[in-house]
Design a protein around this ligand. Structure first.
Ligand code: NVA
Length: 204
């Protein structure tokens, strides 16, 4: 009876199988592998605040997770250059990374990754379903906080984004989260607008 289905789940396979059998559009509202709707909102937010995203330098700091993979795909789709700072044991999927070619650069040092960025994004250290790994991850990610020191090496006009909910004092300092360069509330609002536009695009 539905004209469109939006699914949030863990295993990406499930959504692929569902979409394969479906006669109506199926939207990924987050899986373990990707979070594409968030990237529509993030790109919209950058365009609203700064204009052209093509050619911009974007930095993602943190877990090589669903958000990171969608940043990689967005770099390909929207033509920005992505610098990744991910801890050794938390690198993105190598095939997703390889498919992006030289659009994406990996850095061991998060400060190096942040240099010159027009837009810095991060995500929680332990995603949904990884709550038991919280302590271990806190240790692995301790040098990967987006804070004032990191923002200082980015472009002076750099925007800060986060898919929320954020943990102040972990992946982002309270100062950066609440700074004038943070656009996290516009970004959250834009989920609504970007997903309405996605529905319109798919249904018309
Ligand atoms: N990586 C996070 C994104 C939340 C919007 C998670 O999967 O929980």
């Amino acid at each position: 009876m539905a004209d469109c289905v939006i699914i949030r789940t863990y295993e990406h396979d499930k959504i692929e199988r569902f979409a394969f059998e479906s006669r109506v559009p199926v939207i990924n509202a987050l899986t373990d592998l990707y979070h594409p709707c968030q990237l529509l909102a993030d790109v919209q937010t950058f365009v609203e605040h700064r204009g052209e995203v093509r050619g911009a330098t974007v930095t993602y700091i943190g877990d090589g997770n669903n958000m990171c993979h969608s940043y990689i795909n967005a770099a390909r789709q929207f033509g920005f250059n992505l610098r990744l700072g991910c801890p050794g044991d938390y690198q993105p999927d190598s095939e997703i990374l390889a498919a992006a070619g030289d659009r994406v650069q990996l850095f061991d040092d998060p400060m190096e990754a942040a240099k010159g960025a027009h837009w810095i994004a991060t995500d929680v250290w332990a995603s949904m379903g990884q709550e038991e790994e919280q302590a271990k991850r806190r240790e692995a990610f301790q040098d990967f906080q987006v804070n004032e020191e990191m923002l200082a090496v980015a472009d002076p006009e750099a925007l800060f984004m986060h898919c929320l909910p954020a943990h102040r004092g972990e992946e982002v300092s309270a100062g950066v989260m609440d700074s004038t360069q943070s656009v996290v509330w516009d970004e959250a609002e834009n989920r609504l607008h970007a997903q309405k536009a996605l529905l319109e695009f798919l249904l018309t």
